[in-house]
Ligand binder design. Structure first.
Ligand code: 1CP
Length: 360
């Protein structure tokens, strides 16, 4: 079969399956009685049921590689809170392992890549990736999860954006400073672009594979690109994200998240995605004024509000919803991930407030 007819079949199957999922309506900016709601990092260490699976499974990477364990923890927040989306339990760094990099997760420390890329030879040695073979466990987990989801709950896939993946690949761990990344960017821009292009091609194939495996929509996480100034974002990170998004246009809605993107909103809004995720520092009312006629907008309660009492969560969520004013295309979410010290009761209060908006 040709690629074009493959795409047409896939599109038809996807749009038939999409019809009863509020998040997909929101991503098409169709009016809804209340905003759909989910939370980044909704599966994880703040949930006792997650801790239990993690304890039994031999650690974070083992869980990611075990489709049954990954599906189970993906479903936990759906069962507990009735959120409108499940996001696959996995990590943005697994494609780097498929490209041949060593990857470890250290308890309480986050990801570690013990042999970060050190130059042109390392970049050249990165392997091409066929997600159906090299990341088959991601497809299997997506299929298992989707089979268990209530019909109105959307299945979300995701990838790290090329710039953020380059940060981990070059820094070897949490890229707070990005000295090696930005050193390479400023000293050898052509080599840095080569790396971004390689990563973009893997991301593109992986996003497509996740859609083929059942993801109703996908999120591209560029967690570290907000540290770039506007010119460097335009010159390096944005074209790499556009390239990563190239293979999925029209197949499923895509959302772009750039943490700390207050100075980059025009650029992020122009990547070509159907949705833009706002971190907590942007004003969502103003963003709707500027982009609401062409993009769905997700966000953007400060995740630290959920460290406060449930009444504060309700009050701040209602304030956020008032700024949106019921405009179509809103997905209620946090401006970043759930913090591990969060009380699950605060998450419940957040979700309930979204539901109450529909009956007000
Ligand atoms: O149990 C544990 O100790 C592992 C903690 C953990 C979890 C639960 C990590 C390590 N990754 C994940 C899962 C994960 N990561 C998900 C699926 C679960 C869900 O959202 O409910 C997703 C979507 C991610 C994405 C991810 N990983 C991002 C992008 C989004 C973001 O948070 O900005 C990033 C930057 C990562 C890297 C990473 N992996 C893990 C940690 C702690 C981090 C970030 C912090 C760091 O760099 O140290």
């Amino acid at each position: 079969m040709t690629k074009t007819s493959d795409d047409a079949d896939l599109r038809a199957a996807l749009s038939a399956a999409a019809s009863d999922k509020p998040i997909l309506h929101a991503l098409r900016r169709q009016p809804l009685p209340a905003p759909p709601v989910w939370l980044m990092r909704q599966a994880g260490r703040y949930l006792p049921e997650y801790q239990e699976v993690r304890r039994l499974s031999g650690g974070f990477l083992a869980m990611c590689h075990d489709p049954e364990a990954a599906a189970e923890v993906t479903l936990q927040p759906v069962r507990r809170f009735g959120v409108d989306a499940a996001i696959l339990f996995s990590d943005i760094l697994l494609p780097l392992a498929a490209m041949g990099m060593e990857l470890e997760f250290h308890e309480g420390h986050g990801p570690v890549l013990p042999r970060p890329l050190a130059g042109a030879a390392d970049i050249a040695s990165l392997l091409p990736v066929n997600p159906a073979e090299d990341l088959d466990f991601v497809g299997a987990a997506l299929k298992l999860t989707k089979a268990e989801l209530p019909s109105g709950t959307a299945m979300l896939g995701f990838c790290g954006a090329p710039y953020t993946l380059a940060c981990y690949a070059l820094e070897g761990g949490n890229p707070k400073q990005q000295a090696r990344v930005r050193g390479l960017m400023h000293n050898e821009p052509a080599l840095f672009r080569q790396l971004l292009d390689k990563l973009a091609d893997v991301v593109s194939a992986h996003l497509r594979f996740q859609i083929e495996s059942g993801a109703d929509a996908v999120v591209l996480f560029d967690t570290w690109a907000g540290d770039l100034d506007r010119d460097d974002y335009r010159e390096f990170a944005a074209p790499a994200s556009v390239r990563a998004l190239a293979g999925t246009e029209g197949l499923a809605p895509r959302m772009a998240f750039v943490r700390g993107s207050m100075h980059l909103l025009d650029e992020v809004a122009s990547l070509g995605t159907e949705g833009m995720v706002l971190d907590w520092r942007s004003d969502i009312g103003e963003a709707f004024d500027r982009y609401g006629d062409r993009l769905a907008l997700q966000g953007n309660l400060d995740p630290t509000v959920l460290l406060g009492p449930p009444d504060l969560v309700r009050e701040r969520t209602r304030k956020l919803l008032a700024k949106v004013g019921g405009r179509p295309g809103h997905i209620l979410a946090l401006g970043h991930g759930v913090i591990k010290e969060t009380d699950p009761e605060a998450v419940a209060a957040f979700v309930e407030t979204a539901r109450a908006a529909g009956s007000a």
